[in-house]
Design a protein around this ligand. Structure first.
Ligand SMILES: Nc1ncnc2c1ncn2[C@@H]1O[C@H](COP(=O)(O)OP(=O)(O)OP(=O)(O)O)[C@@H](O)[C@H]1O
Length: 352
């Protein structure tokens, strides 16, 4: 069953089309990341779902109930959409304790004191803040404040959680821990959640499916592994993971298994038809799939070593192939300038 159903959503702001006939379905219990370049419409989409922004076209249903429908002029106000909102800024009241912050939504609903107290302590326990209910936000670390904002969203038992850059205020190290913790907490609660992030690894680590937006449309909507290993366009391949991209000459790009020429060598790869490329061919290799090979072996091509930098765990090497510069990693220094590079057939993506 789906908790969120968005059909043909449109939004124009300042004369620009921000959301353009967007469709998105989120299943119950699923965690979805909204990812895309700056200005692709992620925040606008989240705001339309929350009701803070009113779309111009289409339909949004939450838990089977229409909350926005342009045709029937339905527009349910934000507070009646059964949502839990978690903001980048945490938005905690500094003069209220942790427990009072978490209780606020329940008090607004005029629930009984005993119920509120029980629900607040249950959720604080669940979220690992059991001992901190009497503290004020200013006495908590950034990570703990983030947990309070999540507890506050959990406690009202929303059908859908919307999280806007939930971890971006944490420093890099804390953030890596927080993403594992956030996924665990969301999965343990069984809640359906959508979050906006600028961080690709965060999107992949936390979500069940990643929705990649481009110009207010969905470019690809799939599990993280699929978006990474089987991008459906050069745009998605390029956007996710900063791969090597080369110009290639087509030898045979008729079927799913294709042949191209790169720097004079014929390579076999996996073909992906991309209507935007209009006759051009691009070969994409992720850094971790490019390696040194034996001259004359299958799927190898010549390259010239131009630079290397030491990253600690590995060396990062730069090589020139035709007019393109490619990157790969290896545990050791390179000793020769003229190299033979290898890419496994199934790891060479050819967009045409
Ligand atoms: N009130 C507004 N009036 C006009 N244009 C707007 C308004 N709000 C947002 N926009 C434009 O809408 C587009 C999408 O904005 P949005 O914030 O949804 O993108 P985003 O994907 O969340 O971007 P970012 O990653 O930079 O946060 C941007 O080009 C932005 O400039």
């Amino acid at each position: 069953m789906s908790t969120l159903n968005i059909e043909n959503l449109g939004k124009v702001l300042g004369g620009n089309t921000i959301l353009d006939g967007l469709n998105l379905t989120v299943e119950t219990g699923e965690i979805v990341a909204l990812l895309g370049p700056s200005g692709s419409g992620k925040t606008t989409l989240l705001r339309c779902i929350s009701g803070l922004e009113t779309p111009d076209a289409g339909r949004i249903s939450i838990d089977g109930r229409p909350v926005y429908d342009a045709e029937t002029r339905t527009n349910v106000p934000p507070e009646q959409r059964q949502l839990g909102l978690v903001f980048q800024s945490y938005a905690l009241w500094p003069h209220k304790t942790v427990a009072q912050n978490v209780a606020f939504g329940l008090e607004q609903r005029r629930e009984g004191r005993a119920d509120i107290s029980r629900k607040v302590s249950d959720v604080l326990e669940q979220i690992g803040l059991g001992a901190l209910g009497a503290r004020y936000p200013g006495q908590l670390s950034g990570g703990q404040q983030q947990r309070v904002s999540l507890a506050r969203a959990f406690v009202t038992e929303p059908v859908l959680l919307l999280l806007d850059e939930p971890l971006s205020n944490l420093d890099a190290k804390l953030r890596e821990h927080a993403r594992a913790w956030l996924r665990e907490a969301l999965k343990a609660s069984g809640k359906t959640a959508i979050f906006v992030t600028h961080d690709q690894s965060e999107a992949m680590a936390i979500s069940d499916r990643v929705a990649i937006l481009r110009g207010g449309k969905l470019a690809q909507y799939a599990p993280p592994e699929q978006v990474y290993d089987q991008p459906n366009s050069l745009f998605v391949a390029d956007f996710i993971g900063n791969p090597n991209i080369m110009e290639a000459q087509p030898v045979n790009v008729g079927g799913p298994g294709v042949q191209v020429q790169v720097n004079g060598a014929t390579l076999e790869g996996v073909g992906v038809h991309d209507p935007e490329l209009a006759g051009k061919v691009r070969a994409v290799i992720r850094q971790e799939h490019l390696e040194l090979g034996q001259p004359g072996a299958a799927n190898t091509f010549p390259a010239r070593h131009v630079n290397s930098v030491f990253l600690g765990a590995v060396w990062e090497h730069w090589v020139e192939v035709g007019g393109d510069r490619l990157r790969f990693h290896s545990p050791q220094r390179l000793t020769s300038a003229e190299l033979t590079m290898h890419v496994p057939r199934e790891k060479l993506l050819v967009f045409h």
